[in-house]
Design a protein around this ligand. Structure first.
Ligand code: BJW
Ligand code: ZN
Length: 247
């Protein structure tokens, strides 16, 4: 059997973790990878659906051109997700929310796995795959696992679309502003499983750093954010984050 060596958490990070009162965790697709959710980028590959790169199918232009194709892509992904469970990283992050006086979880993920792990008040920067929104009046509708998804808006009769933030679209009103305020106040910031390429989400690392936080990245690969981090823990989040339970 192959032995995987886990990184050493520095004395400084251990001490900061022990005394922290205000923590912020920013997550990306990598935190759900060990649950079986495919990431968008990383490992030299990029997600492709029916020959279209995901930044084409997951774009504002595609909603205008071919909403049926966009729904097919999201219906397929909801199908994949419906049997998946939170992993050890989601569970440890949820535990932090009870352990620290303040621990804000900000995610770019649309999969709902932080909430499934018991995460509270999760700030979803890119929406949720488990909601639909009216293209006209923006009324939102939950999509339940075992039921057919709603197609038309009850209020105005217009078509619904996935309630996710696609490329070229604005983030939900107030979500980034709230996340930025929490990032600027936190003492300890974890950047977990994100390629750090997509803005404005990636900018939260710098906001935390500028606010005086100690910033720690958890990722098997280096990212453009690694340089600004005070500590980089190289490896899978489902293996590294549970180490903090023993601190
Ligand atoms: C593991 C692991 C394990 C693997 N453990 N880790 C500034 C400069 C240039 C461009 C822009 C800019 N500001 C804004 C833009 C435009 C654009 C953007 O950022 N483009 C860049 C790509 C260049 N941003 C936007 O369009 C945003 N809107 C906006 O800014 O509005 C204002 C505006 C409007 C009009 C014009 C201009 C501005 C919206 C962005 C929305 C992103 N939406 C998506 C799709 C959601 C729907 C869907 O699910 O299909 O969100 S894109 C996709 O990327 C998804 C993700 O949330 C997001 C981030 O990806 P993430 O989470 O980082 O995942 P990956 O796959 O990239 O990385 C996985 C990582 O995990 C890797 O590092 C692995 O190593 C690691 N990993 N296994 C831990 N076990
Ligand atoms: Zn409507």
């Amino acid at each position: 059997m192959q032995t995987v060596s886990l990184p050493v958490i520095s004395k400084e990070l251990r001490e900061r973790f022990q005394r922290a009162r205000d923590v912020l965790v920013l997550t990306g697709a990598g935190v759900s990878a060990e649950s079986g959710v495919p990431t968008f980028r990383g490992g030299g590959q990029s997600t492709v659906w029916k020959g279209m790169p995901f930044d084409v199918i997951s774009s504002a232009g595609m909603v205008q051109r071919d909403l049926t194709a966009v729904w097919e892509w999201f219906d397929y992904r909801r199908g994949l997700l419906s049997d998946l469970k939170p992993n050890a990283a989601h569970l440890e992050i949820a535990r932090w929310q009870s352990a620290f006086p303040q621990c804000n979880v900000v995610t770019q993920n649309v999969d709902g796995l932080h909430q499934a792990a018991g995460g509270r008040d999760v700030i979803e920067l890119h929406g949720s795959i488990w909601r639909a929104a009216c293209v006209n009046c923006r009324a939102t509708y939950e999509i339940e696992k075992a039921k057919p998804r709603p197609d038309l808006c009850v209020s105005c009769g217009e078509r619904l679309r996935p309630d996710v933030v696609l490329f070229g679209e604005m983030l939900p009103s107030g979500a980034f502003e709230l996340a930025a305020a929490k990032a600027s106040e936190c003492e300890l910031c974890f950047i977990v499983g994100t390629s750090g390429l997509v803005y404005p989400a990636a900018g939260l690392a710098e906001i935390a750093k500028d606010g005086g936080a100690f910033v720690c990245e958890v990722n098997p690969e280096r990212t453009p954010l690694s340089e600004l981090c005070d500590e980089v823990l190289t490896g899978k989040s489902g293996e590294i984050l549970p180490l903090f339970a023993k601190i």
